[in-house]
Ligand binder design. Structure first.
Ligand SMILES: O=C(O)CCC(=O)N[C@@H](CCC(=O)O)C(=O)O
Ligand SMILES: [Zn+2]
Length: 353
């Protein structure tokens, strides 16, 4: 159901407003809810929510949630918009500062992953490369970096960022999160609890620095950040939102500053994988030997040839490896997939507490 609120001088539903104004450079607009909560629309698709001074923030949280960084990944957009509608209607109150982001409005309107270039490869300054000069997605990445930096500066305590996605392929594991690489750190136990509360029971530890949104916020803003994959890509209106109740309820609980529930089966244990190899389109007669329609987490035996080019032939090592995000249809230099391996417990390098 679409709910409209009288905010910013117009009848306001955040998602409708974002789609109707996609690509426009609107000035900031501010209002307050009757309970004193400040709402600032920093730009189209970006809301900064500030609880009134004196309201208790029991979990000492500041949270960035982004969805729609890929425009065709609509379920997380619908989930986030639903939470905003509830907040604006006064159904509950925000206990902590929130920065809520619909990443790529023009791509959302087009129903495409991106319009000119994949926004989720443009962070940590990659937007400044000559090849992206003048592209709208490069400008959006630069703006999102700025607005997240301002939010982090205004809220100097612990910062969490959840970048919500859905996957192109089917998956043997419906929901999983990726933890960006930052040398020497471990996933905090309370973040593991949160993922399980959101019914996300699989975690992939990245093995090197990247140019994704979550990699930016963890490396540059010292946030505990995750890319969270919540199901399969579907157009607006075709999502079964009951399958997204876990993330919806967990986020709403955090936003309200309620205490974390105890872990309960079947979501009481994370399965952890580590990324062992990032497959890039090398362009040099690059050949990818994984079929187009293979599901995420499909496992390959030791010795299986995964890809090759003029110089390299990548084979699975001595233990089985699985593929995640297979996609041969990417520009030269970009990611074709990740090879992952079950994480042996006991190693503490970039591990899980
Ligand atoms: O299903 C796919 O191939 C892509 C789903 C998706 O958009 N995943 C993110 C993961 C980002 C990360 O590695 O943290 C992406 O590819 O941007
Ligand atoms: Zn995505």
């Amino acid at each position: 159901m679409q709910v409209r609120y009288d905010l910013f001088g117009t009848s306001f539903d955040w998602l409708s407003h974002t789609l109707d104004n996609a690509g426009l450079d609107l000035p900031e607009a501010q209002t307050h809810l009757p309970d004193g909560t400040g709402i600032c629309r920093k730009a189209v698709g970006v809301l900064d929510i500030v609880p009134p001074a004196g309201r208790d923030n029991p979990n000492n949280d500041a949270i960035i949630v982004s969805a729609g960084v890929h425009g065709n990944e609509t379920a997380p957009i619908e989930v986030l918009n639903g939470l905003v509608s509830e907040l604006l209607a006064g159904e509950w109150q925000a206990a902590c500062p929130l920065l809520l982001i619909l990443g790529n409005p023009p791509a959302m309107v087009a129903g495409e992953r991106f319009t000119e270039v994949n926004l989720n490869r443009l962070f940590s300054g990659a937007h400044g490369r000559d090849e992206y000069d003048g592209l709208a997605e490069a400008a959006r990445a630069r703006f999102l970096e700025e607005v997240c930096g301002q939010f982090a500066a205004a809220n100097p305590g612990p910062l969490s960022h959840y970048d919500l996605h859905t996957a192109i392929r089917p998956s043997h594991r419906e929901r999983f999160a990726l933890y960006p690489f930052v040398a020497g750190r471990q996933v905090p136990a309370e973040q593991c609890d949160f993922l399980l509360e959101a019914e996300v029971d699989t975690l992939l530890l990245q093995h090197k620095f990247g140019t994704t949104f979550s990699s930016f916020s963890s490396s540059s803003l010292n946030a505990e950040s995750f890319t969270v994959e919540l199901g399969k890509v579907r157009p607006f209106g075709q999502n079964d939102l009951t399958r997204f109740a876990g993330i919806r309820n967990a986020l709403q609980r955090r936003f309200r500053g309620r205490r974390a529930p105890a872990r309960k089966p079947p979501f009481d244990q994370l399965t952890v994988f580590e990324v062992v190899h990032e497959i890039l389109n090398t362009g040099k007669d690059f050949r990818f030997h994984i079929p187009d329609d293979v599901a995420n987490f499909t496992e390959y035996r030791p010795g299986t040839v995964i890809w090759e080019d003029e110089d390299t032939c990548y084979r699975v090592g001595s233990a089985p490896e699985a593929i995640v995000f297979p996609n041969r249809d990417v520009p030269v230099g970009q990611r074709v997939g990740l090879m992952i391996r079950a994480k042996k417990l006991g190693s503490d390098e970039n591990g899980v507490r």
